[in-house]
Write a new protein. Sequence first.
Length: 464
Amino acid sequence: EAEKDIFIMPVSYHVNDHAAEFRTKHPEAVISSAKIDGMDAVLYDGAFDNELLVGLFGLMSKRSKLKGLYQGEIEGVSGNRLKTAMGKEIDLKPYDVTFKRSNTLVNWDDRFYFKIYRNPKEGENPDVEIIKNLTRHTQFENMSTYLARIDYKHPEFETTSFGLLIDQIPNVGDAWEMTQTAIEDFFDKVFSEKQIFSTKVIPALADMNQLVGPFFLEMVELLGKRTFEMHSSMASIKEVKGFVPESFSLLYQKSLVQSLRTLIKRTLNLVRRHMQDVQGEQQQRLNGLIENEQHIFEYIRRVLEQEKLSARKTRIHGNYKLDKLVFTGKDFIITDFEGEVEFPLSVRRLKYSPLKDVASMLSSFHYAVHIGYFHRKEFSPVNNNFLKPLIDKWYAVVSETYLRGYTLAAKNSGMIPDDEKKIHQLLDLFIVEKAFREIRQFMLHEPDSLSIPMNALQKIDFGE
């Protein structure tokens, strides 16, 4: 039976002059024209209606219910945390709305965020589930505190949450913006020292650290530490069965082999069908990848089938990238635990190696420096022979720094292998998985970016 889809859109309306004014001010929110009691009207996205939003906030703060016309109902769920956070102030107003791919984010007086999930799935939303349980059962501080939610209930559906209220932490942007600023500074320094670095000699590590930026690298290492603290906190939740860690088994490792093999074969079949859409060097590199298919399979089997790895599976973030982190200026707040929304809840709520998140973050750094390079190339002449080795070195320094922060924090935890070689091998497999998913996406929608996952794969030694 096909999965039932639920779409959430609060709807409001204006009439006459107010309707015309709203159309002009917020054309992106307009759903349709209408006639209401003979008057010209406009139906629009209720996220733009402060009264409606205040009503939803009241549902949560008063723990009220609203019954629908067709057996469904919505229910506000909150506790003492919301009362404490509100204090005596009851006249809170929403004043800023941000639309994201899968949700709408409402800013309440710079004190709270209210997230509306546009396409919630049946069952407990991972974002709500993880934030709620980390708040209730751990001391993890690098996330927003769970305060309340709105559930949708219906006799024919498994209860799901379509709204989440969390506290808001002062910040200066997200980690993607922080990283892009650091990359721009890196390129500025490189171009100012072009005479020095125009030779074939790669700068020494100390010089590279100065080029990349000491403060930025300090933050990157801190991020590695915070990443493990997130994983460790999730693994410490013993009160909820879905969070209790599980040891790797040979059966699980064989399932990883099969899932990776399936992904790679499907991706390369897609590449073969669309090879005519790419030209020149990109086509040559893709043909090389196809020729290397068996070597990749053999590498995967060597890592996963020879022996049981000493590591654990646990709940993870599931879509861990730089734009999912808020930067306070000296630390990070981790957000958006929904996972990859194109996958069903049953997949997003599974337990995985925490190194899957680590690989995702490394891929995000890798993507960031190449986007920065493409941007710089567009506005100023770039000699690839001069700059590309420095880009690779930037990524090497940043990835090593992030991984050092993570592995030092994870030492003796049992979450990841004790052997450094096995850590890197397992990490490489998740980078392979990420790269092949990006190749699928870019082949169909963004072929000019294919070099990014191809470069990531090139860094992996698939030999013995």
